[in-house]
Design a protein around this ligand. Structure first.
Ligand SMILES: [Fe+2]
Length: 280
């Protein structure tokens, strides 16, 4: 029987790539890199076979989509921020079998879900950037899952629950990562250079810190009641539906785990970021 052996809410900001590859920015995101290293070690210790990534940069508008390709290989430049993230090579095994197991559950439950394995389907940096660090020499399979920007929190709760059941019916040990921001209000372009290391607006910063308090004290029901408003008022990245998928897979209000903050909260280009491990 398969199981979820690791879960996390993770950052994927391109300034991490700058921190690693551009001498003038060397080390600015060291705490994020260090958090990735802890996630990598957990994955090794727990024998992760497959990383499932809820990728808020694979943004879809209708239905629920899985990247079921057997192999992901290429070279990536971000079309959003080409000056920050480019020349990233990748080569990962995919997980068509696990995708099929999850799709079977979604179909049984009457959800409009699809898997795609066409060679032209690319990868986005919500998956690629964290995998570059966390999957380095781990060589686990990678299964990217798109985030639908027009879906409801409730739909994502259901889809997350189906993902958990699909994992259970497989033979895989799986890590599930919600790859997305906390608040996500980009610093306006005129101030964007100065905003590289900050959160845009005290309201967003305070909301993010309060959410972290709720998580640290295990107030899951309060957080989940807050989530729809939090997503709207703090300009959630892809409507914070990656977070809804994560909690859906973890059992929603029945989740009884604890968090471990692997990268403390930080601002990046106006957005609120962290790496947070959820016990499973
Ligand atoms: Fe992002």
């Amino acid at each position: 029987m398969g199981q979820i052996v690791q879960a996390a809410k993770i950052t994927h900001v391109p300034s991490i790539w700058m921190s690693e590859t551009m001498p003038q920015y060397k080390g600015i995101r060291q705490s994020a890199v260090d958090g990735y290293a802890k996630l990598r070690q957990d994955a090794i210790d727990r024998g992760v076979d497959t990383f499932i990534i809820f990728d808020t940069h694979w943004i879809t508008n209708q239905g629920f989509h899985l990247n079921a390709k057997p192999h992901h290989k290429g070279r990536f430049i971000s079309h959003e921020l080409p000056h920050m993230l480019a020349d990233m090579e990748f080569d990962y095994q995919g997980d068509s079998e696990l995708a099929q197991s999850i799709l079977s559950v979604l179909e049984e439950r009457g959800e409009r879900a699809m898997g795609h394995a066409q060679p032209d389907l690319g990868m986005e940096y919500g998956t690629l950037l964290p995998m570059h660090f966390i999957n380095k020499d781990v060589n686990a399979r990678v299964l990217p899952i798109a985030v639908n920007q027009f879906s409801s929190i409730e739909e994502n709760r259901r889809w997350g629950s189906a993902i958990a059941e699909g994992i259970k019916r497989s033979d895989r040990k799986v890590a599930i990562f919600a790859s997305g921001s906390m608040s996500h209000d980009f610093t306006p372009n005129e101030r964007s250079v100065d905003g590289l290391n900050s959160v845009n607006g005290e309201f967003n910063r305070q909301m993010d810190l309060r959410v972290l308090e709720l998580w640290e004290t295990g107030k899951w029901a309060e957080f989940l009641d807050l989530l729809p408003d939090y997503a709207v008022k703090c300009t959630g990245e892809c409507a914070m539906n990656d977070t809804a998928l994560l909690f859906g897979a973890l059992g929603w209000k029945d989740y009884e785990g604890k968090i471990d903050i692997y990268t403390p909260y930080f601002g990046s280009s106006g957005t609120g970021q962290a790496n947070i491990s959820f016990s499973v």
